[in-house]
Design a protein around this ligand. Structure first.
Ligand code: FES
Length: 157
């Protein structure tokens, strides 16, 4: 079983290398494609990407660690990103944060037990005049109150 999984992962990455090439510039699109498929970039995939691009695995891991949108652990099906920047802070982000954490029963950086939602902080979403703001996958929600944020979470669960 483990061997089969490894082979299919290797095949998947080989196809990505064929598509994006073996240059250093191919690393990011390959990692993003793996994450889209699996919600994260498993250890074995990191090793295989390094081997197939002929770079050191530490370099692959460094890139994943550097970018907050790349993950080395499984993520929830939905990613909720709460703006942590000062304007949203002043607009009442803290109360929204408390309500969201209470509703999901997790802390920032964690994923719900049912794997449906991962909660993260993000920097400014560009909606400062309508804060507090939060992004659910690709959609931005603004002028949040604790009640409004909880309602949004209930709808995606
Ligand atoms: S500070 Fe939150 S959207 Fe800009």
């Amino acid at each position: 079983m483990l061997v089969l999984e490894k082979n299919s992962m290797t095949e998947e990455i080989e196809k990505l290398v064929t598509k994006y090439g073996k240059e250093r510039s191919a690393l990011m699109p390959i990692l993003q494609a793996i994450q889209r498929e699996h919600t994260y970039i498993p250890d074995f995939a990191q090793q295989e990407v390094a081997r197939l691009l002929d770079i050191h695995p530490v370099e692959v891991f460094s890139v994943i660690s550097f970018y907050s949108f790349l993950h080395s652990v499984p993520q929830g099906r939905n990613i909720v990103r709460l703006c942590k920047t000062i304007v949203c802070d002043l607009a009442g982000k803290e109360e929204v944060e408390k309500a969201v954490k209470r509703e999901l029963n997790i802390e920032i950086g964690q994923t719900t037990k049912d794997k449906k939602i991962t909660l993260e902080f993000t920097n400014c979403l560009g909606m400062c005049d309508q804060g507090p703001a939060m992004m659910v996958n690709d959609k931005v929600f603004t002028k949040l109150t604790p009640e409004k944020a909880v309602k949004i979470l209930k709808e995606i669960r």
